[in-house]
Design a protein around this ligand. Sequence first.
Ligand SMILES: NC(=O)c1ccc[n+]([C@@H]2O[C@H](COP(=O)([O-])OP(=O)(O)OC[C@H]3O[C@@H](n4cnc5c(N)ncnc54)[C@H](O)[C@@H]3O)[C@@H](O)[C@H]2O)c1
Ligand SMILES: [Zn+2]
Ligand SMILES: [Zn+2]
Length: 368
Amino acid sequence: MRIRAAVLEEFGAPLAVQEVELAEPKAGEVLVRLVACGVCHTDLYTASGADPSGYAPTVLGHEGAGVVERVGDGVASVSPGDHVVTLFSPQCRECVHCRSTRTNLCLAIREQQGQGYLPDGTTRLSRNGEPIRHFMGTSTFAEYTVLPEIALARVSREAPLDGAALFACGLSTGLGAAMKTAAVEPGSTCVVFGAGLVGLGAVAGCRLKGAERIISVDLSEERLELARGQGATETLAGGPDAVERVLERTDGLGADYTFEATGNVAVMRQAVESARMGWGLCTIAGVAGKGETLDIVPRYLITGRRVAGSSFGGVKGRDEVPRLVDRWLAGEIAVEPLLSHRLTLDEVNRGFELMEAQDGIRSVIRFD
Ligand SMILES: NC(=O)c1ccc[n+]([C@@H]2O[C@H](COP(=O)([O-])OP(=O)(O)OC[C@H]3O[C@@H](n4cnc5c(N)ncnc54)[C@H](O)[C@@H]3O)[C@@H](O)[C@H]2O)c1
Ligand SMILES: [Zn+2]
Ligand SMILES: [Zn+2]
Protein backbone atom coordinates (compact mmCIF):
# COMPACT_ATOMS: atom_id res chain seq x y z
CA MET A 1 0.00 0.00 0.00
CA ARG A 2 1.01 3.62 -0.44
CA ILE A 3 1.24 5.65 2.76
CA ARG A 4 2.37 9.10 3.77
CA ALA A 5 5.42 9.18 6.02
CA ALA A 6 8.10 11.57 7.29
CA VAL A 7 11.41 10.42 5.79
CA LEU A 8 14.85 11.34 7.08
CA GLU A 9 16.68 11.83 3.76
CA GLU A 10 19.79 13.57 4.96
CA PHE A 11 21.19 14.27 8.45
CA GLY A 12 20.67 17.84 9.57
CA ALA A 13 17.96 18.52 6.97
CA PRO A 14 14.20 18.75 7.74
CA LEU A 15 12.23 15.51 7.41
CA ALA A 16 10.47 15.18 4.05
CA VAL A 17 6.81 14.12 4.26
CA GLN A 18 6.01 12.05 1.17
CA GLU A 19 4.37 8.88 -0.16
CA VAL A 20 6.25 5.60 0.31
CA GLU A 21 5.35 1.94 -0.17
CA LEU A 22 4.50 -0.29 2.79
CA ALA A 23 4.37 -4.07 2.20
CA GLU A 24 1.96 -6.47 3.92
CA PRO A 25 2.93 -7.88 7.32
CA LYS A 26 4.81 -11.19 7.15
CA ALA A 27 4.65 -13.99 9.72
CA GLY A 28 4.79 -12.64 13.27
CA GLU A 29 4.20 -9.08 12.07
CA VAL A 30 1.32 -6.63 12.39
CA LEU A 31 0.04 -3.75 10.26
CA VAL A 32 -0.93 -0.83 12.50
CA ARG A 33 -2.84 2.32 11.51
CA LEU A 34 -1.28 5.11 13.56
CA VAL A 35 -3.65 7.51 15.30
CA ALA A 36 -1.07 9.49 17.28
CA CYS A 37 2.69 9.74 17.69
CA GLY A 38 4.81 11.82 20.07
CA VAL A 39 7.86 13.74 18.87
CA CYS A 40 10.84 12.77 21.06
CA HIS A 41 14.49 13.79 21.52
CA THR A 42 15.68 10.49 20.13
CA ASP A 43 14.03 11.25 16.77
CA LEU A 44 15.79 14.61 16.67
CA TYR A 45 19.08 13.10 17.86
CA THR A 46 19.05 10.77 14.86
CA ALA A 47 17.73 13.40 12.44
CA SER A 48 20.51 15.80 13.42
CA GLY A 49 23.25 13.27 12.65
CA ALA A 50 24.53 13.30 16.25
CA ASP A 51 23.66 9.62 16.74
CA PRO A 52 26.69 7.60 15.58
CA SER A 53 24.49 4.58 14.81
CA GLY A 54 22.00 6.61 12.73
CA TYR A 55 21.25 5.87 9.06
CA ALA A 56 19.23 7.35 6.20
CA PRO A 57 16.85 7.14 4.47
CA THR A 58 14.55 6.00 7.22
CA VAL A 59 11.06 6.77 8.54
CA LEU A 60 11.54 8.16 12.05
CA GLY A 61 9.09 8.09 14.98
CA HIS A 62 8.79 5.71 17.94
CA GLU A 63 6.11 7.07 20.29
CA GLY A 64 3.18 5.61 18.42
CA ALA A 65 -0.33 4.55 19.31
CA GLY A 66 -2.90 3.20 16.89
CA VAL A 67 -5.22 0.44 15.81
CA VAL A 68 -4.33 -3.01 14.48
CA GLU A 69 -5.39 -3.23 10.84
CA ARG A 70 -4.15 -6.69 9.74
CA VAL A 71 -1.96 -9.42 11.21
CA GLY A 72 0.53 -11.79 9.58
CA ASP A 73 0.63 -15.58 10.00
CA GLY A 74 0.98 -16.88 13.52
CA VAL A 75 0.14 -13.63 15.28
CA ALA A 76 -1.91 -14.53 18.34
CA SER A 77 -1.57 -11.73 20.88
CA VAL A 78 -3.31 -8.96 18.92
CA SER A 79 -6.20 -8.89 16.41
CA PRO A 80 -7.64 -6.33 14.02
CA GLY A 81 -9.36 -3.53 15.90
CA ASP A 82 -7.13 -3.78 18.98
CA HIS A 83 -5.69 -0.53 20.30
CA VAL A 84 -1.93 -0.70 20.65
CA VAL A 85 1.09 1.25 21.84
CA THR A 86 4.32 0.67 19.92
CA LEU A 87 7.36 -0.64 21.80
CA PHE A 88 10.86 0.29 20.70
CA SER A 89 11.79 -1.93 23.63
CA PRO A 90 10.03 -5.20 22.73
CA GLN A 91 9.15 -8.17 24.93
CA CYS A 92 9.39 -11.64 23.36
CA ARG A 93 8.64 -13.39 26.68
CA GLU A 94 11.07 -16.18 25.72
CA CYS A 95 14.67 -14.94 25.75
CA VAL A 96 16.85 -15.20 28.84
CA HIS A 97 16.27 -11.54 29.68
CA CYS A 98 12.49 -11.71 29.20
CA ARG A 99 12.38 -14.73 31.51
CA SER A 100 14.26 -12.82 34.22
CA THR A 101 12.49 -10.32 36.44
CA ARG A 102 15.75 -8.32 36.66
CA THR A 103 15.70 -6.64 33.24
CA ASN A 104 13.40 -5.53 30.43
CA LEU A 105 16.12 -5.61 27.77
CA CYS A 106 14.70 -8.25 25.41
CA LEU A 107 17.39 -9.86 23.28
CA ALA A 108 15.18 -11.34 20.56
CA ILE A 109 15.48 -8.76 17.76
CA ARG A 110 18.10 -6.31 19.04
CA GLU A 111 20.61 -6.63 16.26
CA GLN A 112 18.22 -6.40 13.30
CA GLN A 113 16.26 -3.60 14.94
CA GLY A 114 19.42 -1.58 15.57
CA GLN A 115 20.29 -1.81 11.88
CA GLY A 116 16.84 -0.78 10.70
CA TYR A 117 15.44 -4.16 9.69
CA LEU A 118 12.50 -6.25 10.82
CA PRO A 119 13.48 -9.55 12.48
CA ASP A 120 13.83 -11.42 9.14
CA GLY A 121 16.51 -8.94 8.01
CA THR A 122 14.37 -7.13 5.41
CA THR A 123 12.24 -3.96 5.36
CA ARG A 124 8.53 -3.46 4.59
CA LEU A 125 9.18 0.17 3.65
CA SER A 126 10.38 1.13 0.19
CA ARG A 127 10.33 3.81 -2.50
CA ASN A 128 10.55 3.07 -6.23
CA GLY A 129 11.69 -0.44 -5.36
CA GLU A 130 14.53 0.78 -3.10
CA PRO A 131 14.25 -0.34 0.53
CA ILE A 132 13.85 2.32 3.24
CA ARG A 133 14.99 1.21 6.66
CA HIS A 134 12.80 1.16 9.76
CA PHE A 135 13.73 3.20 12.85
CA MET A 136 13.83 1.76 16.40
CA GLY A 137 11.70 -1.08 15.03
CA THR A 138 8.73 1.29 14.94
CA SER A 139 8.80 4.04 12.22
CA THR A 140 5.66 5.72 13.50
CA PHE A 141 5.91 9.11 11.74
CA ALA A 142 3.64 7.44 9.18
CA GLU A 143 -0.02 6.75 8.54
CA TYR A 144 0.63 3.00 8.82
CA THR A 145 3.54 0.88 9.94
CA VAL A 146 4.47 -2.80 10.14
CA LEU A 147 6.04 -4.07 13.35
CA PRO A 148 6.83 -7.38 14.99
CA GLU A 149 4.02 -8.63 17.23
CA ILE A 150 6.45 -8.56 20.19
CA ALA A 151 6.76 -4.78 19.79
CA LEU A 152 3.09 -4.02 20.52
CA ALA A 153 1.33 -3.51 23.84
CA ARG A 154 -2.44 -4.00 23.61
CA VAL A 155 -4.09 -1.28 25.69
CA SER A 156 -7.63 -0.49 26.79
CA ARG A 157 -9.93 0.81 24.05
CA GLU A 158 -11.09 3.43 26.52
CA ALA A 159 -7.72 5.18 26.40
CA PRO A 160 -7.54 8.20 24.06
CA LEU A 161 -4.69 7.29 21.69
CA ASP A 162 -2.91 10.66 21.77
CA GLY A 163 -2.39 10.25 25.51
CA ALA A 164 -1.56 6.55 25.09
CA ALA A 165 1.29 7.51 22.72
CA LEU A 166 3.18 9.09 25.62
CA PHE A 167 3.38 5.66 27.23
CA ALA A 168 5.37 4.44 24.21
CA CYS A 169 8.52 6.14 25.49
CA GLY A 170 9.08 9.07 27.84
CA LEU A 171 6.20 8.69 30.27
CA SER A 172 6.69 4.96 30.85
CA THR A 173 10.43 5.59 31.16
CA GLY A 174 9.92 8.03 34.01
CA LEU A 175 7.16 6.06 35.73
CA GLY A 176 9.16 2.85 35.42
CA ALA A 177 12.41 4.41 36.66
CA ALA A 178 10.65 5.09 39.97
CA MET A 179 8.28 2.13 40.13
CA LYS A 180 10.45 -0.62 38.62
CA THR A 181 14.15 0.24 38.49
CA ALA A 182 14.31 2.02 41.83
CA ALA A 183 11.17 0.41 43.29
CA VAL A 184 10.73 3.38 45.61
CA GLU A 185 9.58 2.41 49.11
CA PRO A 186 6.65 4.15 50.80
CA GLY A 187 7.66 7.05 53.05
CA SER A 188 10.86 7.77 51.10
CA THR A 189 12.46 11.06 50.17
CA CYS A 190 13.09 11.35 46.41
CA VAL A 191 14.83 13.93 44.24
CA VAL A 192 14.14 14.09 40.51
CA PHE A 193 16.53 16.10 38.31
CA GLY A 194 14.81 17.27 35.13
CA ALA A 195 11.10 17.96 34.67
CA GLY A 196 10.61 17.02 31.04
CA LEU A 197 8.34 14.09 30.20
CA VAL A 198 10.76 11.58 31.73
CA GLY A 199 11.32 13.54 34.95
CA LEU A 200 7.62 14.32 35.34
CA GLY A 201 6.87 10.63 34.86
CA ALA A 202 9.42 9.82 37.58
CA VAL A 203 7.73 12.31 39.93
CA ALA A 204 4.38 10.61 39.27
CA GLY A 205 6.00 7.19 39.77
CA CYS A 206 7.46 8.23 43.15
CA ARG A 207 4.02 9.48 44.18
CA LEU A 208 2.33 6.23 43.10
CA LYS A 209 4.87 4.30 45.19
CA GLY A 210 3.98 6.34 48.27
CA ALA A 211 7.03 8.59 48.58
CA GLU A 212 6.62 11.13 51.37
CA ARG A 213 8.80 13.88 49.89
CA ILE A 214 9.43 14.44 46.19
CA ILE A 215 11.80 17.27 45.30
CA SER A 216 11.69 18.23 41.61
CA VAL A 217 14.76 20.05 40.26
CA ASP A 218 14.68 21.96 36.96
CA LEU A 219 15.84 25.22 35.42
CA SER A 220 12.34 26.16 34.28
CA GLU A 221 9.81 27.55 36.76
CA GLU A 222 7.02 26.58 34.37
CA ARG A 223 8.15 22.95 34.41
CA LEU A 224 8.53 22.95 38.19
CA GLU A 225 4.88 24.01 38.30
CA LEU A 226 3.97 20.99 36.18
CA ALA A 227 6.01 18.83 38.56
CA ARG A 228 3.83 20.03 41.44
CA GLY A 229 0.85 18.90 39.41
CA GLN A 230 2.39 15.41 39.13
CA GLY A 231 2.97 15.16 42.87
CA ALA A 232 6.20 16.98 43.67
CA THR A 233 5.99 18.16 47.28
CA GLU A 234 8.90 20.61 46.83
CA THR A 235 10.80 22.21 43.99
CA LEU A 236 14.34 23.47 43.55
CA ALA A 237 16.02 25.58 40.87
CA GLY A 238 18.76 23.53 39.19
CA GLY A 239 22.32 24.81 38.98
CA PRO A 240 25.83 24.28 40.32
CA ASP A 241 24.68 24.40 43.97
CA ALA A 242 21.86 21.85 43.59
CA VAL A 243 23.62 19.17 45.67
CA GLU A 244 24.20 21.59 48.54
CA ARG A 245 20.56 22.66 48.43
CA VAL A 246 19.37 19.05 48.49
CA LEU A 247 21.65 18.22 51.44
CA GLU A 248 20.35 21.25 53.33
CA ARG A 249 16.83 19.95 52.98
CA THR A 250 17.73 16.38 53.97
CA ASP A 251 19.58 16.83 57.27
CA GLY A 252 22.89 16.89 55.41
CA LEU A 253 22.50 13.26 54.35
CA GLY A 254 20.82 13.25 50.94
CA ALA A 255 17.77 11.49 49.54
CA ASP A 256 16.79 7.83 49.63
CA TYR A 257 16.26 7.87 45.87
CA THR A 258 17.51 10.26 43.22
CA PHE A 259 16.65 10.29 39.53
CA GLU A 260 18.40 11.94 36.60
CA ALA A 261 16.27 12.83 33.57
CA THR A 262 18.23 15.57 31.81
CA GLY A 263 20.86 13.75 29.72
CA ASN A 264 23.51 16.11 31.14
CA VAL A 265 26.47 14.24 32.68
CA ALA A 266 27.15 17.06 35.18
CA VAL A 267 23.58 16.65 36.44
CA MET A 268 24.04 12.87 36.58
CA ARG A 269 26.95 13.50 38.94
CA GLN A 270 24.75 15.79 41.04
CA ALA A 271 22.14 13.05 41.20
CA VAL A 272 24.76 10.58 42.48
CA GLU A 273 26.03 13.06 45.08
CA SER A 274 22.49 13.91 46.25
CA ALA A 275 21.82 10.28 47.13
CA ARG A 276 22.03 9.39 50.77
CA MET A 277 25.00 7.73 52.38
CA GLY A 278 24.29 4.15 53.40
CA TRP A 279 21.57 3.24 50.92
CA GLY A 280 20.85 6.09 48.50
CA LEU A 281 20.04 4.81 45.03
CA CYS A 282 20.63 7.03 42.00
CA THR A 283 18.74 6.02 38.86
CA ILE A 284 20.00 7.45 35.56
CA ALA A 285 17.45 7.71 32.75
CA GLY A 286 18.97 10.52 30.66
CA VAL A 287 20.90 9.73 27.49
CA ALA A 288 24.29 11.44 27.42
CA GLY A 289 25.99 12.77 24.28
CA LYS A 290 28.39 10.65 22.26
CA GLY A 291 31.69 10.07 24.05
CA GLU A 292 30.61 11.71 27.31
CA THR A 293 31.41 9.97 30.58
CA LEU A 294 30.00 10.17 34.09
CA ASP A 295 32.46 11.26 36.76
CA ILE A 296 31.89 9.67 40.17
CA VAL A 297 34.20 10.01 43.16
CA PRO A 298 34.47 6.36 44.31
CA ARG A 299 34.07 7.37 47.95
CA TYR A 300 30.41 8.01 47.20
CA LEU A 301 29.99 4.37 46.32
CA ILE A 302 32.10 2.93 49.16
CA THR A 303 29.86 4.78 51.57
CA GLY A 304 26.81 2.96 50.37
CA ARG A 305 25.36 4.79 47.42
CA ARG A 306 24.39 2.81 44.36
CA VAL A 307 23.88 3.85 40.74
CA ALA A 308 21.46 2.17 38.35
CA GLY A 309 20.70 2.82 34.70
CA SER A 310 17.19 2.51 33.39
CA SER A 311 16.13 1.89 29.80
CA PHE A 312 12.42 2.37 29.17
CA GLY A 313 12.09 2.51 32.94
CA GLY A 314 12.78 -1.20 33.25
CA VAL A 315 9.24 -1.68 31.97
CA LYS A 316 8.41 -4.97 30.24
CA GLY A 317 6.28 -3.36 27.58
CA ARG A 318 3.63 -5.91 26.63
CA ASP A 319 2.88 -6.86 30.23
CA GLU A 320 3.26 -3.53 31.96
CA VAL A 321 2.39 -0.68 29.57
CA PRO A 322 -1.29 -1.78 29.55
CA ARG A 323 -1.31 -1.64 33.37
CA LEU A 324 0.19 1.85 33.39
CA VAL A 325 -2.45 2.98 30.90
CA ASP A 326 -5.12 1.50 33.18
CA ARG A 327 -3.77 3.56 36.07
CA TRP A 328 -4.12 6.65 33.88
CA LEU A 329 -7.72 5.69 33.11
CA ALA A 330 -8.32 5.15 36.83
CA GLY A 331 -7.32 8.79 37.39
CA GLU A 332 -3.98 8.01 39.05
CA ILE A 333 -1.77 9.59 36.36
CA ALA A 334 -2.46 13.00 34.79
CA VAL A 335 -1.56 12.79 31.10
CA GLU A 336 -3.41 15.79 29.63
CA PRO A 337 -1.01 18.44 31.11
CA LEU A 338 1.86 16.68 29.31
CA LEU A 339 0.21 16.88 25.88
CA SER A 340 1.25 20.36 24.87
CA HIS A 341 0.72 20.62 21.11
CA ARG A 342 -1.25 18.59 18.61
CA LEU A 343 0.26 18.65 15.11
CA THR A 344 -0.39 17.10 11.70
CA LEU A 345 2.19 14.84 10.04
CA ASP A 346 3.07 17.71 7.70
CA GLU A 347 4.05 19.74 10.76
CA VAL A 348 6.55 17.18 12.07
CA ASN A 349 9.51 19.55 11.71
CA ARG A 350 7.58 22.11 13.74
CA GLY A 351 7.50 19.42 16.46
CA PHE A 352 11.31 19.43 16.46
CA GLU A 353 11.38 23.24 16.66
CA LEU A 354 8.98 23.28 19.61
CA MET A 355 11.13 20.69 21.36
CA GLU A 356 14.31 22.67 20.80
CA ALA A 357 12.59 25.78 22.15
CA GLN A 358 11.37 23.72 25.16
CA ASP A 359 7.87 24.87 24.26
CA GLY A 360 5.63 22.40 26.06
CA ILE A 361 6.37 18.89 27.28
CA ARG A 362 5.28 16.81 24.28
CA SER A 363 4.01 17.59 20.82
CA VAL A 364 1.86 14.81 19.43
CA ILE A 365 1.15 14.19 15.75
CA ARG A 366 -2.45 13.21 15.04
CA PHE A 367 -3.22 11.25 11.93
CA ASP A 368 -7.01 11.70 11.87
N1 LIG B 1 16.30 5.77 29.38
C1 LIG B 1 15.39 5.80 28.40
O1 LIG B 1 14.89 4.76 27.97
C2 LIG B 1 14.96 7.12 27.85
C3 LIG B 1 13.74 7.25 27.18
C4 LIG B 1 13.34 8.53 26.75
C5 LIG B 1 14.16 9.61 26.97
N2 LIG B 1 15.35 9.45 27.62
C6 LIG B 1 16.24 10.57 27.92
O2 LIG B 1 15.81 11.19 29.11
C7 LIG B 1 16.21 12.53 29.12
C8 LIG B 1 15.02 13.43 29.42
O3 LIG B 1 14.06 13.33 28.39
P1 LIG B 1 12.86 14.38 28.32
O4 LIG B 1 12.03 14.02 27.15
O5 LIG B 1 12.21 14.48 29.64
O6 LIG B 1 13.73 15.71 27.99
P2 LIG B 1 13.43 17.25 28.21
O7 LIG B 1 14.50 17.98 27.44
O8 LIG B 1 12.02 17.58 27.92
O9 LIG B 1 13.67 17.49 29.76
C9 LIG B 1 14.94 17.69 30.31
C10 LIG B 1 14.78 18.68 31.46
O10 LIG B 1 16.02 18.82 32.13
C11 LIG B 1 16.10 20.14 32.60
N3 LIG B 1 17.48 20.49 32.93
C12 LIG B 1 18.48 20.86 32.11
N4 LIG B 1 19.58 21.16 32.82
C13 LIG B 1 19.26 20.99 34.11
C14 LIG B 1 19.97 21.15 35.33
N5 LIG B 1 21.23 21.57 35.34
N6 LIG B 1 19.34 20.87 36.48
C15 LIG B 1 18.05 20.46 36.49
N7 LIG B 1 17.33 20.29 35.36
C16 LIG B 1 17.92 20.56 34.19
C17 LIG B 1 15.53 20.96 31.44
O11 LIG B 1 15.11 22.24 31.89
C18 LIG B 1 14.36 20.09 31.01
O12 LIG B 1 13.15 20.45 31.62
C19 LIG B 1 16.86 12.79 27.76
O13 LIG B 1 18.26 12.64 27.89
C20 LIG B 1 16.30 11.67 26.91
O14 LIG B 1 17.13 11.37 25.82
C21 LIG B 1 15.74 8.24 28.07
ZN1 LIG C 1 11.35 8.66 22.86
ZN1 LIG D 1 12.91 -11.31 24.95
